[in-house]
Write a protein that binds this ligand. Sequence first.
Ligand code: GDP
Length: 362
Amino acid sequence: MKVALIGVGQAGGKITERLARFDAEMGFGAVQGALAVNSAKPDLRSLEYVDTQLIGADRVNGHGVGGDNELGTEVMQSDIQQVLNGLDGRVTSQAEAIFVVAGLGGGTGSGGAPVLVHHLQQVYDVPVYALGVLPGRNEGALYQANAGRSLKTVVREADSTLLVDNDAWHEQGESVEGAFETINERIAQRVGLLFASGEAVEGVGESVVDSSEVINTLRAGGIAALGYATEVASEDSGENIRTAMSVSRQALLTGTSLPDATTADSALLVVAGQPDRIPRKGVERARRWLEDETGSMQVRGGDFPLDSDRLGALVLLGGAERSDRIQEFMERAREAKRAQEREEEKTDPAEQFADDRLENLF
Ligand code: GDP
């Protein structure tokens, strides 16, 4: 699937950079163009694989918006024309979808991404998706409250919002910085494979996934999640049938970007590996298992030829908003918002709010 990527804010820019780099290094050619937009100049300087666009310079002078996502909304709104102009030539006639990438808990990405998605929807005919990062449980109250607000708005504006929970894709005990690195790397690999799996591959049979299957899986709207798992493939085809089932199960049950999201309106299963090791029977069995497990009658399947000694399963879920994880997150976000409001009432409202905001950033 040919895509254009626009990262907003720090996390958005870093993840977009990783995605563009992964696509280039693998030689997939799915990423047609990538742009990072930010109100903080230093965050843009470290990016190499993407074009950059500074916004809000007249308001915040390149220093960013702190954790103020309302200011993030305002700066995107006032500079929207500049951002859209900057996309000329990047969202080429070839792009089949646009992804707006952002950490939902911060300021620029949290406030700016929904505004950008809204405007892109007016201009482009292709689907506009969001790729949003949810703050982990241990991140401060400001992040939770910001992400709650941002998530509600972006889900309304985007054709689908693919969520990655910051608690999902890293090892226990890593430092925050180390964890971000790991998570970003995993997002790049997995989302990068999803883009690439919708690419036409020359000389391969009919079951290769088509872009339209990715788009149809996401047509359910709402929230999407992505799962992934791999195991070493065997020389023995009977054994690979078992492996295809096993990696599909792990991808959904333990490898997903949104822990516990197993109920969905639609799903897509892509089994990746060397073509002669991908077992037809195993893929079909895993696809039927996914139908039972997700409660969806619309489970598409296909394979993706990859020169690897492993078999991998990539599971995309569409319409996964009924998951417990989302309910739990929204409750946390509401509680954070209520706590913020109580603090605001307690003393001098303006000052107290500013203090909290700073404290929560560290
Ligand atoms: P912004 O620049 O104002 O949009 O703010 P950030 O992008 O820093 O957003 C803060 C949120 O994103 C918080 O939930 C952070 O934990 C998360 N975040 C920041 N940087 C990264 C990153 O590199 N990777 C991931 N996965 N999350 C990040």
